[in-house]
Design a protein around this ligand. Structure first.
Ligand code: 26Q
Length: 807
């Protein structure tokens, strides 16, 4: 019967329509007269979901049979964005299903627009995890992601009077076709309680963690299809629920209501994503999230491992766990606890298994982003884990002391415990000590961590433990999906689609640079993407922008180190200059549209003030008829993955102007260049490697030079009240003048303006610009996340592809 009825449905146009109608009728319970765009989206999504589930089943079955070493990517953030278009493209169903949708009376663009973003991440780190899942699936790796299923994703941003307002992102309001609920997979997670000692049958003293409160972790699986393969991997997201059974004594004591209230708190754990990017908040609930997540994930992994009845010492040969930043560091402690307390291994054997299992990626050197937790808080929530951390530290420092006798300073510097009042646990130190590999995310960053925050550890463990894995992005979403016209032009020029799986093949575009017609078509694609963005800007902000202008874009989280402030100061300077030009001089000006987008953490006062300044400048400049189309300033609200897919392909120049040494990598820089946009940037993060790949002529990098007088007149202008009430901006201005100017805006302003002049000059020669643009795209092969994932797989995880056999 399974053979007779279990075959998958056909994926042609007719098969699609049949399934669409069945889903409208049964899944949505609607009639043919009652199908709006949203219902059409749901029916289409469910049709695709069915196909995904088939692949998911086949893949997981193949992996179970083969039992290869698997890799588990632990990330508190997966910033997936929308799934429908991506799944249609990766499954190569877009054409057939597109026709099917059209015949049913809908436009595919409208249908795709209905989907809400899965925004379970803040920015770079979360989107990197999503790109890596796409590459893991595409390259046939037996991989799973583990994360949390937040009820509320990153907040929605709206503007009121130029200020950021936050609104909850209740993304599960309607059904989510991209997840499979697994009510059968529910794991109890304990908090609090106490530790008791006992003597086991061999006379060894052991510890037992008892009491406390327990909640349940319920699994939700999100299938991730690879491109051009049957492989479909899984992201397992945990949701917190009350235990099914609760404290009966409470009932007996007549405290029913209170008992129910207690249980309801369980749901708080996975209620909300913390909206801080590159900033540590020491909230107890955040620590609970971290433990809840790693404990559930490890229990799941161990259950899978135990089915094969292997010895524990083979665990690292079957399991590789990658820690996406320090957020999952407690997994190291939890595995040690399970091995020692529950499985009865001795400490050293257990620790050897632990360190061979984990590897750790660092994403920042900013001091305010370094995770550290107060010892009393850890002790109260996780008493046994705190003991284990102290023991790990003790044994570690004993070995350090053997290597450096009588050096108390080195012990204090390297200790996992910061000796303050109260004491703190330094998660980065714990992650380094508990992993066999540590990596940074771009060449400069990886060198920087070796010479700064982990300097002592490099000396102690040896340099081989520390590696670089330059970040990458998936060309499927960030070119093929976001920029279909450019993708088509590239495919036509190269004569194949293989570049989507082997991005180095883009090199062959270089030979088309000399083809005038190709250059013309290349520019025409960029232009049509700019028209698309101009329409979006008009519809959301009411601002008219001319697509013939130079589109200058800075979209990313708002943070002082990223220096959106410097950008807007530069815009004010440009505005002043424009106003002083004679009519003849104006003829020579390149019209510019300066586009900003990005969210500020809700508690980040200065970042929010930057948004307000941008909006005030925008209001003044756009209303000034005397400068016509020569300058427009736009802040696009609610920047997210779906918006990035519209903005990035429309950019002529984008800004990546972090203070040197602060942006670990940046990944949007790669997306812009891949789409034929040039970049204006500092010598920082992955900008350096992008420069190496694409060459001097195709990037505008600038270096620090001493303070510039132009900056003073811009500041004076704000202080005079030219951009609204000057008083509200004084805290922002103070960061430059009274403070330490920590992010060096004053030092860099002059050279920044010089670089902007070069951009204007270069843009005047449109034909030459088109050559630069083509070369940018052609030389971006290295920055595919496929390359990055292969490096991780071969050099850190030692996992091999497991191709799923075609049916
Ligand atoms: C930590 C503790 C408590 C609450 C929040 C956090 C937290 C949350 C998110 C700390 C950091 C983040 C996010 C960091 C991040 O996105 N880093 C970026 O990672 C990218 C991918 O490697 C890099 O390209 C960027 O340069 C880096 O800023």
């Amino acid at each position: 019967l399974w053979e007779k009825y279990g075959a998958s449905e056909p994926v042609d146009k007719d098969g699609f329509q049949k399934s669409f109608i069945r889903h409208v009728t049964t899944t949505l319970a609607r009639s043919s007269l009652n199908v709006d765009n949203f219902s059409a989206y749901q029916a289409t999504a469910h049709t695709v979901r069915d196909r995904l589930i088939e692949r998911w089943n086949v893949t997981q079955q193949a992996h179970t049979l083969k039992d290869p070493k698997r890799v588990y990517y632990f990330s508190l953030e997966f910033l997936l964005g929308r799934s429908l278009d991506n799944a249609l493209l990766n499954l190569d169903l877009k054409e057939q299903f597109g026709e099917g949708v059209k015949e049913l009376g809908f436009r595919m663009e409208d249908v795709l627009e209905q989907e809400v973003d899965a925004a379970l991440g803040n920015g770079g780190l979360g989107r990197l995890a999503a790109c890596y899942m796409d590459s893991l699936a595409t390259l046939d790796y037996p991989a799973w992601g583990y994360g949390l299923r937040y009820t509320y994703g990153i907040f929605q941003q709206r503007l009121k009077d130029g200020y950021q307002m936050e609104f909850p992102d209740y993304w599960l309001n309607f059904d989510n076709p991209w997840e499979l609920q697994r009510l059968d997979i529910a794991i109890e997670i304990r908090f609090g309680g106490s530790v008791s000692k006992y003597t086991d049958e061999n006379g060894h003293i052991r510890s037992r963690w008892e009491g406390g409160d327990a909640v349940q972790a319920v699994a939700y699986d999100v299938p991730i299809p690879g491109y051009g393969t049957k492989n479909c991997i899984n992201i397992r997201l945990w949701s917190s629920k009350p235990k099914r059974q609760f404290d009966l004594s409470r009932f007996n004591e007549g405290e029913y209501e209170q008992a129910v209230q207690e249980q309801m708190k369980a749901e708080n754990i996975t209620a909300v994503l913390y909206p801080n990017d590159n900033h540590m908040v020491g909230k107890e609930l955040r620590l609970k999230q971290q433990y809840f997540w790693v404990a559930a994930s490890l229990s799941d992994i161990i259950r899978r491992f135990k089915k094969t009845e292997r010895d524990w010492d083979q665990f690292p040969e079957k399991v590789a766990i990658q820690l996406n930043d320090t957020h999952p560091t407690l997994a190291i402690v939890e595995l040690q606890r399970i091995l020692v307390d529950e499985e009865g291994l001795n400490w050293d054997d257990a620790w050897d298994i632990v360190t061979r299992t984990f590897a750790f990626t660092n994403h920042t050197v900013l001091p305010e982003a370094m995770e550290k937790w107060p010892v009393p808080m850890v002790e109260y929530l996780l008493p046994r884990h705190m003991q284990i951390i102290f023991d790990v530290n003790l044994f570690f420092l004993q070995k350090v002391e053997q290597q450096y006798p009588n050096d108390r300073d080195v012990l204090a510097r390297m200790s996992i415990i910061e000796e303050a009042t109260p004491q703190f646990v330094r998660m980065a130190h714990l992650a380094v000590v508990g992993s066999h590999r540590v990596n940074g995310v771009a060449a400069l960053h990886s060198n920087l961590i070796k010479t700064t925050i982990f300097k002592d550890f490099v000396k102690y463990f040896g340099a081989d433990k520390f590696e670089n894995k330059t970040n990458g992005i998936t060309p499927r979403r960030w070119l093929h999906q976001a920029n279909p016209k450019l993708s088509e032009l590239i495919t036509e020029a190269l004569g194949h689609k293989k570049w989507l799986k082997d991005l180095n093949l883009l090199k062959n575009l270089e030979q088309h640079v000399k083809n005038k017609d190709f250059r013309r078509r290349w520019i025409a694609v960029k232009h049509s993407n700019k028209v698309r963005l101009a329409e979006y800007i008009k519809s959301k902000t009411g601002i008219d922008v001319n697509p013939n202008s130079l589109f200058d874009v800075q979209v990313k989280r708002i943070h002082e180190y990223k220096r959106q402030f410097m950008n807007i100061l530069g815009v004010i300077h440009r505005y002043h200059e424009l106003k002083s030009l004679t009519p003849e001089e104006r003829q020579n000006v390149v019209p510019r549209v300066v586009i900003f987008g990005g969210k500020a953490a809700p508690g980040y006062y200065i970042a929010k003030l930057v948004i307000k300044l941008i909006n005030n400048v925008s209001a003044v400049v756009n209303a000034d008829e005397s400068i016509e189309d020569l300058l427009k300033v736009v802040f696009i609200p609610d920047y997210n993955v779906s918006l990035a897919e519209i903005i990035i392909p429309a950019s002529d120049i984008s800004q990546h102007i972090s203070t040197a040494g602060t942006e670990a990598s940046g990944t949007s820089n790669m997306k812009f260049v891949l789409n034929g946009g040039l970049i204006l940037g500092t010598v920082d993060g992955a900008n350096i490697e992008i420069h190496e790949e694409i060459g001097d002529d195709n990037i505008f990098l600038y270096r620090n030079v001493p303070i510039d007088p132009a900056l003073q007149s811009v500041i004076t202008s704000i202080e005079t009240g030219n951009f609204g009430d000057a008083r509200i901006f004084s805290p922002l201005i103070n960061t430059l003048t009274f403070g330490k100017d920590y992010y060096l805006i004053s030092d860099d302003f002059g050279s920044y303006l010089d670089a902007q002049k070069l951009v204007d000059e270069a843009y005047k020669d449109q034909d030459d610009w088109s050559k630069k643009s083509i070369l940018c795209t052609a030389r971006m092969g290295f920055f595919s996340s496929d390359r990055a994932i292969r490096e991780y797989a071969e050099q850190i995880w030692e996992v091999k592809p497991v191709p799923v056999q075609p049916e």
